[in-house]
Design a protein. Structure first.
Length: 284
C-alpha cells in the first residue's frame, strides 16, 4: 500500500508541470455555453499600500485605449503610500476621464495617497463604513543614537552639502535639517491640497475643513465635499452605467489563466499564513 502511494507521489512530482500545462490548455480551449460579447465596463482595483504604480497605471492606460470599454470603476481600499506613485495613478485617472467616465468606489479605506489617486474621478462614492481623507504628509525616522552608543557602534560619514544627511536615524536632527524636511513636507502638502481643491471644486482658503489630515467617516466626507455620495458597490456600478450611457452593461472578466493563477496564489498565501499563525506577527 505504502509503495503504491509512494509511486503515485513520485509520478505526480515528475508530471506536475505537464499536468499544469494541460490544465491551462483546457482552460483556454474549453467550450463556453455563453455567447461571447465585448465587455464595455471594467473594474480596476487599488488595494493595499501604494508603493508602485506601474501595474495599476497599465490597467488604466489599457482601458483608455480599449474602444470597447465605455467606463471604469476604480475600487479603492488603501490607506495610502508613497507620494510619487499616488500622483502617477491620480494623473492617469485624470487623463482617462477626458475620454470615458470613471467612478471611484471606496470599498474600505480611501485615505491619503489612495484618496489622491481618486480625486479626478467623475464621481466618488463611498461605503457607509469607509474611512475617507487623511489629506496630509508625514516623514519620520527613528533616533537610534542611544542604541548605537549602548552597543558601541559609531557612524562614520563623508558628505558634501549641509543637508545631505537630513533624515538620518543615527543622531538627532539639527535645527537646519528639521527645517529643511519640514519645508519638503509642506511643499508636498500644498501640492496635495491644491490638487484636491481643483479636482473637487473646493475653496482652497478653507482647506482646514477638508484637509489638515482630518480622518472622515463617509457622511462627514460627503458634507465637506470629498465624495459625491454614500452607497454600496451596486450604487457605484449603476452610476457608472448611467454616466457611460450604455444599455446593456457587460463587465470585463479576467483572463482564465490570470484568474486561475490568482486563485492558486490566494490558496498558497492562505496556507502559508495559517501555517505560521501564532508564530509570527502580522505586518499588514
Amino acid at each position: 500500500m505504502f509503495s503504491k502511494i509512494s509511486n503515485m507521489i513520485k509520478w505526480i512530482g515528475e508530471h506536475f508541470k505537464g499536468m499544469i500545462f494541460l490544465l491551462i490548455l483546457f482552460l483556454i480551449f474549453s467550450p463556453s455555453s455563453e455567447i461571447k460579447e465585448s465587455a464595455n465596463l471594467q473594474e480596476i482595483k487599488l488595494f493595499g499600500a501604494i508603493m508602485d504604480s506601474e501595474a495599476v497605471v497599465k490597467q488604466i492606460r489599457d482601458a483608455q485605449e480599449n474602444v470597447n470599454i465605455k467606463g471604469v470603476l476604480l475600487n479603492v481600499n488603501s490607506g495610502g503610500g508613497s507620494v510619487p506613485p499616488s500622483i502617477e495613478i491620480s494623473y492617469a485617472i485624470k487623463e482617462l476621464k477626458k475620454i470615458k467616465p470613471v467612478v471611484a468606489y471606496a470599498s474600505g479605506t480611501m485615505a491619503s495617497g489612495s484618496y489622491y489617486a481618486s480625486i479626478y474621478s467623475s464621481k466618488i462614492i463611498a461605503n457607509a463604513g469607509s474611512i475617507i481623507g487623511s489629506i496630509g504628509v508625514i516623514m519620520q525616522s527613528a533616533d537610534i543614537s542611544q542604541l548605537l552608543n549602548t552597543i558601541g557602534i559609531k557612524s562614520q560619514i563623508v558628505k558634501q552639502g549641509l543637508y545631505k544627511e537630513a533624515g538620518t536615524p543615527t543622531r538627532e536632527w539639527t535645527p537646519e535639517e528639521r527645517a529643511e524636511l519640514e519645508q519638503l513636507t509642506l511643499d508636498t502638502y500644498n501640492l496635495f491640497v491644491s490638487d484636491v481643491a481643483t479636482a473637487r471644486g473646493l475653496d482652497i482658503n478653507k482647506s482646514s475643513e477638508f484637509a489638515n489630515a482630518h480622518i472622515f467617516s463617509s457622511q462627514r466626507a460627503l458634507r465637506v465635499g470629498l465624495i459625491d455620495a454614500v452607497g454600496v458597490k451596486t450604487d457605484a456600478q449603476k452610476e457608472l452605467v448611467k454616466l457611460s450611457k450604455i444599455e446593456k452593461p457587460i463587465w470585463k472578466k479576467k483572463d482564465k489563466i490570470d484568474a486561475m493563477m490568482e486563485r492558486l496564489e490566494g490558496k498558497v498565501f492562505t496556507h502559508i499564513k495559517s501555517s505560521f499563525y501564532g508564530l509570527k506577527s502580522e505586518i499588514f
